[in-house]
Write a protein that binds this ligand. Structure first.
Ligand SMILES: NC(=O)c1ccc[n+]([C@@H]2O[C@H](COP(=O)([O-])OP(=O)(O)OC[C@H]3O[C@@H](n4cnc5c(N)ncnc54)[C@H](OP(=O)(O)O)[C@@H]3O)[C@@H](O)[C@H]2O)c1
Length: 261
C-alpha cells in the first residue's frame, strides 16, 4: 500500500469517481489517504472512508499528488495553488503549460483515460511535462493500472491524438454497432434479431481479439474467399481505413486547438 495522499478534484464524476472507487477497491492506498472534491459536497464515496471536501485548495494542501478530473470548461474557474506538487490532468484539450501557469504545479502529467474506467478496462496513455521523480511516475502508472492498462508516452501531442483514439473509448464500436443494426433492419431483418446480431459482433465475437492478432484474424477469415472476404473487400473499397484516419485527425485537431472555455 502507498503512503502518499491522492486528491481528486471532481472525484465524484464519471472518470474521477471510477478512479477513486478503483484505487480504494484495489487498496492502492488507505481510504484516509484519498481526498475527493466536488461542488455539491455529497457522494456515496464519502461513506467508503474517502474524505469529501468542497474547498479545492484544502484538497490540494492535504494531497501529495492531485488529479484534476473536472470538465475542461470548468478549469479556468478552479482557483488552486499547487506549488511544489504534481498535478495529473485528465482534461482533454488543455496543454500542460496552461495547467502549470494556472496552478503553479512543479510538474504536470497529462493522462487520457476513457469511459471504460467504469469497468476497469480503460487504456490510459500519460505524458510528463517537467521533472517528475521515478517514484511519482511509478505512482501514476499504478493509479491508472487500477482502471485498466496504462503507458507513458514521450510527446504531449500524442495525448491530443490519442484523445481521439483511445480517449473516445466505446464511441467507435458504438457507431459500428448502430450502423450494423440499422443496415440489417433496412435489409428486412427484424429489429430484435438485428440488435442481437450487431451486439454479438461488436461486444462478444470481438473478445477473440483479446488473445489473437487482428491482422492474422482478418487474413484467416478472408482466406475462406467467401462471405467475410466479400464484405471486408467492400469496406476497403469504400475507403474504410482512410475514413478512420480522417476521423482521428478531426478529433485530434479539436484536442490540439483546446477545449478550454
Ligand atoms: N468521460 C470520458 O469518456 C472522458 C474521456 C477522456 C477524458 N475525459 C476528461 O475527463 C474529465 C472529466 O470528465 P467526466 O466525464 O468524468 O466529467 P463529469 O462526469 O461531468 O465529472 C466532472 C466532476 O467535476 C465536478 N466538478 C465540476 N466543477 C468542479 C469544481 N469547481 N470543483 C470540484 N469539482 C467540480 C462535478 O461535480 P459537481 O457538479 O458536484 O461539482 C463532477 O463530479 C474531463 O475534463 C474530460 O475532458 C473524459
Amino acid at each position: 500500500m502507498i503512503n502518499e495522499t491522492l486528491g481528486i478534484i471532481g472525484g465524484t464524476g464519471w472518470l474521477g469517481g471510477a478512479i477513486a472507487k478503483a484505487v480504494l477497491a484495489k487498496a492502492l492506498l488507505p481510504a484516509g489517504n484519498l481526498v475527493i472534491s466536488n461542488r455539491s459536497g455529497s457522494h456515496p464515496l464519502a461513506q467508503q472512508g474517502a474524505c469529501l471536501v468542497t474547498d479545492n485548495q484544502d484538497l490540494v494542501d492535504r494531497s501529495d499528488v492531485i488529479i484534476i478530473a473536472v470538465r475542461p470548461e470548468h478549469f479556468t474557474s478552479l482557483n488552486i495553488n499547487a506549488t511544489g506538487k504534481t498535478v495529473i490532468s485528465l482534461m482533454a484539450g488543455i496543454k500542460a503549460q496552461a495547467i502549470i501557469a494556472q496552478t503553479s504545479a512543479a510538474a504536470v502529467v497529462r493522462a487520457m483515460p476513457n469511459a471504460a474506467v467504469e469497468i476497469e478496462q480503460s487504456f490510459t496513455p500519460w505524458y510528463c511535462a517537467g521533472e517528475v521523480e521515478a517514484t511519482t511516475r511509478s505512482f501514476v502508472q499504478r493509479v491508472f493500472e487500477c482502471v485498466g492498462t496504462a503507458a507513458e508516452v514521450q510527446e504531449e501531442d500524442f495525448i491530443d491524438y490519442l484523445s481521439a483514439l483511445s480517449g473516445t473509448g466505446p464511441a467507435f464500436p458504438a457507431l459500428l454497432m448502430t450502423a450494423l443494426a440499422n443496415q440489417a433492419m433496412a435489409a428486412g431483418i427484424p429489429g430484435d434479431i438485428a440488435q442481437l446480431a450487431a451486439k454479438n459482433v461488436v461486444v462478444n465475437s470481438s473478445q477473440l481479439l483479446a488473445s489473437r492478432d487482428a491482422q492474422q484474424m482478418i487474413d484467416a477469415l478472408v482466406a475462406y474467399r467467401g462471405v467475410t472476404a466479400a464484405a471486408l473487400l467492400a469496406m476497403s473499397q469504400g475507403c474504410f481505413e482512410e475514413q478512420i484516419g480522417r476521423a482521428l485527425q478531426e478529433g485530434a485537431a479539436v484536442a490540439r486547438k483546446g477545449l478550454q472555455a
